[in-house]
Structure formats: structure tokens, C-alpha cells
Design a protein around this ligand. Structure first.
Ligand code: NAD
Length: 497
């Protein structure tokens, strides 16, 4: 089959039927108050759909539905193998609808269609498939009890899960939660970001088509301060699983303390250091990787390599290589399969990024490439990939998460200084180390306070390894068998023999 062209994608977009209603108990429904918000594409400002703006009444109804479904046991007490089969069908349906899902994602949040199709959708289906595959292979435990006792240590689904997710990888982040949450037998209410609700709404129907019973997966679009908060303070939600900013993550901890002490699992922000030592074996590979680490997904990546720490002796040479590599990342029409940098998610986010570029200038960093809004005539929200040199780690552009394609270059003189700068951050999500010295690589990796460390690469990973943060990047882990801890309660049952 011929790969789709820009005009193929445009004509598919013109024919797309977009569902904007909430999904509760197996059916699309308007918000109780019949309120909507407009979903506008950052690609060119086109109107996409009116989307249900859910509030506390919708949250309450969805929680009742989820609780009733959970208690009825249609899913929560079904056999692991039957849950696995439904999850595998769900994953297959995501793959079979990949073009539609990719198109929705691109139109909704501006990422390049090639990434949506080749990264977001396959990673999302992989998360569902991997978790489904795992669920009939996870065994409980028998405790080391005295002869006249039998101690069973079992894991049970926790009940009603509210999953609140961001807009940068809307489908993938949702599926990192849905995989283990659904496979474990929970009932889920998914709250997508108001900036990117469309794929979450579409996959809710696919879950039902796959045989996951109505009421097990419900989707409530709407704002964070309305429906998001309503779920987070609800007395009958058992756990909140969240991906988003550190600011809102902290708010969720407060909501939990003020309500029913629901479990709160947080995947939050990052300001990840990418450390390049002078003895790196392949500086060209490191430079290509450093450019991708800040430009991929317009820099709207929690693990973006936004602080490039370079050993002083190679700084000038290496920076020249990174600038050259970054020239290969140019904003363009996200529906063009050749485009590798799309639009920022909306005008507000674009203005945030431009304000950080302004802050970089003001704090005395030197702009070496980029720094401007482009393609304004399209009606979209595009910013050039940007590099600041001469950054000190105390500057705002080195401390705060910009969530856009803005790279801060910081110079260091020793391993100790590199580690100290790398760890001088409220965040601890990810880090990378480039060196040919295996001991230096390991010792640096051990010293870095981050949930993921990459050596001689950036952003490696799949479903087999846990993903999450140290410090204010969050708690708990997505992906791998460790993710199941968030969706289950541990029970000890003592039997007198
Ligand atoms: P955000 O915190 O603004 O919003 C995330 C979600 O929380 C949205 O659905 C939003 O509607 C909801 N929300 C907002 N206020 C709320 C409230 N008061 N109560 C309940 N819910 C509320 O984050 P964002 O701008 O959508 O996403 C970007 C952030 O996500 C960045 O900080 C990024 O680092 C982070 N992120 C982290 C990871 C990770 O795995 N660690 C992955 C992707 C993104």
C-alpha cells in the first residue's frame, strides 16, 4: 500500500466524524448541564467539534456507574484469561483504527501525523496488549507461615480508578493507565485534557466493541478545575492516577487529604539533563540525539532533554554539531508526512514558550538558533526549535519546565560538577550520560537522582521497564509489572488449619 500523502490526510480530515460527547455506561451522552466547549485545532485554527464540558454532576453519575459495574463483578470478577482476551481485542481495534486515531491526535494537539501514526498509536496499543498479556501470568503468594496456618497474600482490584491525563501524548498516556487498570479488573473514569479530548472519546467505544463491559471504561471530557477536581475530591473514587504538571499533582495530594484519602499516583514534570562527556565515543550520534531530545513532539515531552550539559573542552565543537542537527527539525504542516515538528498545542502554550525565550534573553543567555514564532499565516501555533548557550543552572530556563522546543546549554568541567548540576533541580524524571568509559557511565548513572537513566542514547524504553520520577517528578511507576501496584490492594488472609 502507498503511504498516505498530505492531500490524502487532508481529505480524510474533511470526512472525519468527530464525537465530542462524554462516554458513560457504554453510550455517548451530553454533559448533564448540556454544556460544551469548542475544540480548536492548533494546526491552523480550524474548528473541530463541540465537546461535552462535564462537571461535578457528570463525575458523580460516572462514579456511580463505575461503582455499580465494579460491584456487579461483570469485569472485576471475570477470569484473568477472559479479561486478557478482551484486552487483546481492544489493542487490535486500536491498531485497526490507527489512521483515524492518528488523525484525531494530530488535528487535536498538533503533533506530526507520522509520529501519531508510527509512535503514539502503536505505543498505546502495545500498552493495552502488554498489560492484557500479563494479567493471567501474575501469581499471588503464600506466606511463610507456621505449620498450622495458611497465609495467602493476594492482590485485588482497587475499585473505581479516576485517570487524569495530559495533552502531549493523549492516547499513549491514557493507555499507560488503562492497560494495568483494566487488566486488573477495575472500573475506570478517564478524564482527558480539555486541550486534547478526542482520541480518549473514540477509544471508549472501541473498548466496548472489544467486549469490555459497558460501565467499565467511562470518559468524561472537561476542564481540570471542574470535572477533574470533582473526581479528585469524590468520596467514592478509590484511586487517582495522574500524568501532568507538578503544580496540579500537588493539588491532587491536597484533594485526597481533604476527601477520602484515595490513593494518588503521580507522573509529573521534568527538566532532564543530557550529559555529554568529552570522551563520548560518537559525538555525532550524541548531537543528533540531543537535537531530537528537544525537538521531538515540539519539545512537549516530560522527558525532553531540555538541559544539555557539555564538558567544556568539547563545548564549541559539540554545540556546532547540535545546531547543525537541529536544522533538520523544522516546523511544518503536521498533516504532511514529511513534517517532523508540528504545532504547539494551543495559543496559551505557544505564549508560555515565547515568554520563556524572552526570559532566556533577559537572564543573559545567548540565543544561538531559533527563538521565533513561525508560520503565523497558517493560523497555527508554531515555534522554531531554539538553543540558548551560556546558560547557568540557576536561570529560569534551566530550572523551570518550558514544555516546548527550547534547549539550555550548560558547561561543566568535571564529573562531580556535571552530577551536581544535573541533580540541582526539583525534578528527577530522566537523565542521559554519553561516555565511552563504562565505569564513569555507571557511577554517574548511580549518582543521578532520576527514574530513568539512558547511557549513550536518549529516551530508550518500552513496556518492559518501569517509568516514573524521583523527587517532584512524581511517585509510582507506569509500565512494566510494577505498574500493577497502583491498581491493586494487597490483602493478607490468615487461615487456621
Ligand atoms: P496539567 O497538570 O495542566 O493537566 C493535566 C491534567 O490535569 C489535565 O487533564 C487537566 O485538565 C487536569 N487538571 C488540571 N487542573 C486540575 C485540578 N484542579 N484537579 C484535577 N485535575 C486537574 O498538565 P498538562 O499541561 O496537561 O501536561 C503537561 C505536563 O504533563 C507537563 O508538566 C509534563 O511534564 C507532564 N507529563 C508528565 C509525564 C510523565 O510521565 N511524568 C508524561 C507526560 C506529561
Amino acid at each position: 500500500m502507498q503511504p498516505l500523502t498530505l492531500s490524502d490526510w487532508e481529505s480524510k480530515a474533511a470526512q472525519l466524524k468527530i464525537e465530542g460527547r462524554a462516554f458513560v455506561n457504554g453510550a455517548y451522552v451530553s454533559a448533564a448541564a448540556d454544556t460544551v466547549f469548542e475544540c480548536i485545532s492548533p494546526v491552523d485554527g480550524r474548528f473541530l467539534a463541540n465537546v461535552a464540558s462535564c462537571d461535578a454532576a457528570d463525575a458523580d453519575h460516572a462514579v456511580k456507574v463505575a461503582r455499580a459495574t465494579f460491584d456487579a463483578g461483570v469485569w472485576s470478577r471475570s477470569s484473568p484469561v477472559s479479561r486478557k482476551q478482551a484486552m487483546l481485542r481492544f489493542a487490535d481495534l486500536l491498531d485497526q483504527n490507527a489512521e483515524e486515531l492518528a488523525l484525531l491526535e494530530t488535528l487535536d494537539m498538533g503533533k506530526p501525523i507520522s509520529d501519531a501514526l508510527n509512535v503514539d498509536v502503536p505505543c498505546a496499543s502495545d500498552a493495552i496488549r502488554w498489560s492484557g498479556e500479563a494479567i493471567d501470568k501474575i501469581y499471588d503468594e503464600v506466606a511463610a507461615t507456621p505449620h498450622d496456618q495458611l497465609g495467602l497474600v493476594t492482590r485485588e482490584p482497587i475499585g473505581v480508578v479516576a485517570a487524569i491525563v495530559p495533552w502531549n501524548f493523549p492516547l499513549m498516556m491514557a493507555c499507560w493507565k488503562l492497560g494495568p487498570a483494566l487488566a486488573s479488573g477495575n472500573s475506570v473514569i478517564l478524564k482527558p485534557s480539555e486541550k486534547s479530548p478526542l482520541t480518549a472519546l473514540r477509544i471508549a467505544q472501541l473498548a466496548v466493541d472489544a467486549g469490555i463491559p459497558a460501565g467499565v471504561l467511562n470518559v468524561l471530557p472537561g476542564y481540570g478545575h471542574t470535572v477533574g477536581k470533582a473526581l479528585a475530591v469524590h468520596m467514592d473514587v478509590d484511586t487517582i492516577v495522574f500524568t501532568g504538571s507538578t503544580r496540579i499533582a500537588k493539588q491532587l495530594l491536597i484533594y485526597s487529604g481533604e476527601s477520602n484519602m484515595k490513593r494518588v499516583w503521580l507522573e509529573a514534570g521534568g527538566k532532564s539533563p543530557n550529559i555529554v562527556f568529552a570522551d563520548a565515543a560518537d559525538l555525532h550520534a550524541a548531537a543528533e540525539s540531543a537535537a531530537a531530545a528537544i525537538a521531538f513532539n515540539q519539545g512537549e515531552v516530560c522527558t525532553a532533554g531540555s538541559r544539555l550539559l557539555v564538558e567544556r573542552s568539547i563545548k564549541d565543537t559539540f554545540l556546532a554539531m547540535v545546531i547543525e542537527a537541529l536544522k533538520g527539525w523544522t516546523p511544518g504542516n503536521p498533516l504532511d508526512p514529511e513534517t517532523n515538528v508540528g504545532a504547539l498545542v494551543d495559543t496559551q502554550q505557544m505564549n508560555n514558550v515565547l515568554a520563556y525565550i524572552e526570559a532566556g534573553h533577559k537572564d543573559g543567555a545567548q540565543l544561538v538558533i531559533g527563538g521565533e514564532r513561525v508560520l503565523q499565516e497558517t493560523g497555527g501555533t508554531y515555534v522554531q526549535p531554539t538553543i540558548f548557550d551560556g546558560v547557568s543552572n540557576a536561570m529560569r530556563i534551566a530550572q523551570e519546565e518550558i514544555f516546548g522546543p527550547v534547549l539550555s546549554v550548560i558547561t561543566f568541567d568535571s564529573v562531580e560538577e556535571a552530577i551536581s548540576i544535573a541533580n540541582d533541580s526539583q525534578y528527577g524524571l530522566a537523565a542521559a550520560v554519553w561516555t565511552a568509559d563504562i565505569s564513569k557511565a555507571h557511577l554517574t548513572a548511580k549518582a543521578l537522582r532520576a527514574g530513568s537513566v539512558w547511557i549513550n542514547q536518549y529516551d530508550g524504553g518500552d513496556m518492559t521497564a518501569p517509568f516514573g520520577g524521583f523527587k517532584q517528578s512524581g511517585n509510582g511507576r507506569d509500565k512494566s509489572l510494577h505498574a500493577f501496584d497502583k491498581y491493586t490492594e494487597l490483602k493478607a488472609t490468615w487461615i487456621k488449619l
